[in-house]
Design a protein around this ligand. Structure first.
Ligand SMILES: Nc1nc2c(ncn2[C@@H]2O[C@@H]3COP(=O)(O)O[C@H]4[C@@H](O)[C@H](n5cnc6c(=O)[nH]c(N)nc65)O[C@@H]4COP(=O)(O)O[C@H]3[C@H]2O)c(=O)[nH]1
Length: 800
């Protein structure tokens, strides 16, 4: 509403006040003037009447007596009074008598009086013209006074109006400020007039009110901020927790959802309300009924519900969710179910993962020991019920540690995965393959009738695992040892069966690896002994005093001369006596003690070479065996260099024997080490050739000059045509490749004859000499030198 002069209360008040004040003033002035005038007139009349009364007896008398002059005199005297203009006497007889200026316009009023005689009879009437002279001056004074009073009054009114106007000014300011007052952004009204009057009180009240509103607005703002922060916090919390909240009307199924719920369901937040049908649609069809039932049950029984179920959201993402809801009543009495839905896919996956980790090997995805034990127990029960046997096969890869040490764990892991795959391909679905740690696997073979069944499977596994493994440019050769225990033959207890299979596996390793062994009762003792050996070997390698190198000479089959010797370690055990390398090298290899032992062997052999040289004899070439772990050790080259330097011997007097299987674990790595050895100037032989299934094509790349044919072939070649064929082909191929050949295990003259016939260069075996202590070798060598010298001389003489 616009404030105008017409609707302004102040202007109305002011105008009214001004108008009524003036009306009052002028009214009062008018009345007062009237009173003053009438009072004055009355006074004048009384004065004139007094004068007339005073002269009236003489006038009456004069009239009565018709004394004209006296009458006139009387009238003149009367008219000479200051307040009388003139007199006119109207007699009953005769002409009117006028005295003075009766007709003057300055007459205030005319006083008509009867003139009576003493009898009371009217004898004349007299008109007296009362002068307005005094009246005028009196009235002038009166009006001046009145004007002064009115002016003063008007001034007073004006002052009052001004006061009033000024008093209303704060109200105008208040109006303006109230109009401008914005409750959403309130600012203090701050009216200046706070004087102690009604307006001041209003101003003060308005100030207070604005302060209160500001305070309230501040409070509301804070509250709003807090609510907003709370809402934001809730939103973020929902985002972080991947949790949406919702509300569903139990009757109409009208839904309302939080933003995160839309996100969760993969639906756009375009203002379109989410419907009950849309919600049901994303729930995994098989779980929809369960969801509806849970809601209905909550609506009926008022008990909260908690449901784990699956969703497939609008983006097609499947997720595990946890939905919880409870019944709530609105103020209007309507019931709805409010709740939350949380994406627990990660937790579900973690849970699955935990369960998987608890029961499965993460590398190969095979059952782990826990699950295998559980399955074994069940399988035992089944086998018991059906009266069948059950095979427990304990597998351990041969030389897996070498793979890990030389090629790294990544490749080791790939190998294990591949092993798992090959085992799966080899076995039936009903068989359980488990990895129980490291390179150890356990296979459960149910439905077994006899040992023969197990033997077939064990062989199949050995065959499957000894094939070449190729990983990029790396080819690995490895074999497997398997121990077998059978339910109920060996035990009816799961743990015992596993333990027995493990024991049998150790036996398979001891017996040369790449084979299987069935458990028998004597094996336990062997294992115990093995642990004992390990313990005692640890003590023995502290000083190395219990160890001794034996030497087995290598003989030239053409000349019969000793051309070298292989250093073979012996452990002179204080209680047991001589312990042969086959009984402790695998343990030393397994535990890593081989590195220290191998270093000692190199030193010992080098010391002997140096000893020969010092005594003036051309040293024999001594061959030192390198196990897989030594071959892959980064210390190997350093150790060899140290030895060569320390004993100051020529590298050509030292050679190293690496078994075929070790050298073939990884072609790339082996080639690298073999080249490094050749660069040092030391010789390298491939030992036990023929057992490792290596291809001669690979061998061609090896910087080696000698092959040692495994003694098993030599020892059997006279009786076994296959072995003989193998020997023949190794010899012919080696010759074609320009390699020297050493035949080990030469036990008889027949061996020698055949080997010579085949063209083998060197022989090593019991026929020539068993491994002997250095002193003995030394004597043999010196005698041989003499013999050779004599032979050469007689040959020379014969020639001459
Ligand atoms: N039946 C029969 N056997 C014969 C005949 N000629 C030699 N032998 C035996 O065959 C083995 C030859 O050594 P190897 O094949 O390198 O096989 C060696 C070698 O691989 C390993 N070894 C020995 N000494 C060391 C060593 O110092 N370091 C490492 N790493 N391994 C060693 O122990 C294995 C066994 O050594 P030993 O028990 O000394 O057994 C020796 C030797 O005594 C024969 O005509 N008939």
């Amino acid at each position: 509403m616009k404030l105008t002069i017409w609707n302004s209360l102040a202007s109305k008040l002011l105008f009214s006040l001004a108008f009524f004040s003036l009306l009052l003033v002028f009214g009062l002035a008018y009345v007062n003037t009237k009173i003053v005038i009438s009072g004055y007139k009355k006074q004048l009349q009384e004065l004139v009447e007094q004068k007339i009364d005073f002269m009236l007896p003489q006038l009456s008398d004069a009239l009565h007596n018709d004394k004209q002059l006296l009458v006139e005199e009387q009238l003149i005297r009367l008219s000479s009074a200051q307040v009388i203009n003139g007199v006119r006497l109207l007699r009953n007889h005769g002409r009117p008598l006028v005295v003075g200026n009766f007709g003057s316009s300055h007459r205030l009023f005319t006083l008509a009086l009867p003139v009576t005689n003493i009898n009371g009879e009217i004898i004349a009437s007299m008109d007296v013209a009362v002068s307005d002279r005094n009246f005028r001056s009196m009235m002038e004074q009166y009006f001046q006074f009145l004007a002064a009073i009115i002016a003063g009054y008007v001034l007073l009114v004006l002052l009052l109006l001004r006061l009033l106007y000024r008093s209303f000014l704060p109200l105008r300011e208040l109006t303006r400020k109230l109009e401008a007052f914005d409750p959403s952004h309130p600012v203090p009204i701050e009216l200046r007039d706070t004087s102690a009057n009604e307006i001041g009180m209003i101003a003060e009240a308005a100030n207070k009110m604005s302060d209160n509103i500001i305070h309230h607005a501040d409070f509301m703002n804070e509250l709003h901020k807090e609510i907003e922060e709370g809402r934001q916090h809730l939103k973020e919390a929902q985002q972080i927790a991947r949790m949406g909240s919702w509300r569903i009307d139990t009757q109409t199924h009208d839904c309302s959802f939080s933003d995160q719920m839309y996100v969760l369901l993969g639906l756009p937040m375009d203002g379109m309300p989410l419907t009950w049908e849309a919600l049901l649609n994303v729930i995994e069809p098989s779980q929809r009924q369960a969801f509806i039932r849970a809601l209905e049950n909550t609506a009926q029984t008022h008990t909260p519900f908690r449901l784990m179920h699956k969703l497939v959201n609008a983006h097609g993402e499947a997720m595990h969710v946890l939905t919880e809801g409870k019944l709530s009543l609105r103020r209007d009495g309507k019931a709805f179910i409010s709740g939350i839905t949380m994406d627990v896919s990660e937790q579900a996956e973690s849970q699955q993962m935990i369960e998987k980790l608890a029961f499965y090997d993460p590398l190969t995805n095979l059952p782990n020991r826990v699950l295998m034990q559980d399955r074994l127990q069940k399988a035992i029960k089944d086998a018991n019920r059906r009266g069948e046997k059950l095979g427990v096969l304990f597998l351990d890869l041969d030389g897996f540690k070498n793979v890990n040490d030389t090629l790294g764990h990544t490749l080791g892991d790939r190998l294990l995965k591949e092993v798992a795959e090959r085992l799966k391909r080899t076995l039936r679905d009903s068989d359980t393959i488990s990895r129980i740690g490291g390179d150890e696997f356990i296979v459960l073979l149910p439905l077994i009738n006899s040992e023969k069944d197990i033997t077939i499977v064990a062989k199949k596994m050995i065959d499957a695992l000894q094939e070449r493994w190729e990983f990029g440019d790396k080819a690995i050769f490895t074999t497997t040892s398997i121990g077998v225990a059978i339910y109920p033959d060996h035990s009816d207890d799961a743990d015992t069966l596993i333990k027995f299979a493990d024991t049998a596996m150790y036996k398979a390793k001891e017996d040369g690896r790449n084979r299987y062994r069935f458990y028998d009762t004597t094996m336990g003792e062997t294992i115990r002994k093995k642990l004992q050996v390990e313990h005692e070997m640890r003590e023995a390698i502290e000083t190395m005093e219990q160890f001794e190198l034996y030497y087995q000479p290598k003989i030239s089959l053409r000349t019969g001369a000793i051309t070298g010797a292989e250093a073979l370690i012996r452990w002179n055990h204080p209680k047991i006596g001589t312990v042969y390398p086959d009984d402790f090298i695998p343990v030393a290899e397994h535990t890593g003690m081989i590195i220290k032992i191998g270093e000692w062997v190199m030193h010992e052999a080098a010391r002997r070479i140096e000893q020969w040289r010092a005594s003036g004899i051309v040293p024999l070439k001594l061959a030192v065996n390198l196990s897989g772990r030594q071959f892959g050790s980064p210390l190997l080259l350093h150790q060899i260099r140290t030895v060569l330097q320390r004993y100051d011997i020529k590298p050509e007097y030292l050679e190293f024997e690496v078994t075929e299987s070790v050298s073939m674990i990884s072609l790339t790595e082996s080639l690298k080490v073999l080249h490094q050895l050749r660069d040092l100037g030391v010789g390298v032989n491939i030992d036990d050739f023929g057992t490792g299934y290596s291809s001669l094509a690979y061998l061609k790349q090896f910087p080696v000059d000698t092959l040692k044919i495994d003694k098993a072939f030599i020892m059997n070649m006279l009786d076994d045509q296959d072995d003989r064929t193998i020997v023949e082909s190794i010899v012919s191929l080696s010759k074609a490749m320009g390699l020297k050949i050493v035949a080990e295990g030469v036990e008889s003259i027949e061996h020698v004859r055949l080997l010579k016939k085949l063209g083998v260069d060197y022989g090593q075996g019991y026929f020539f000499s068993k491994p002997v202590p250095f002193g003995q070798l030394d004597r043999m060598y010196r005698n041989n030198l003499v013999k050779m010298k004599t032979l050469r001389e007689s040959e020379r003489r014969e020639a001459v």
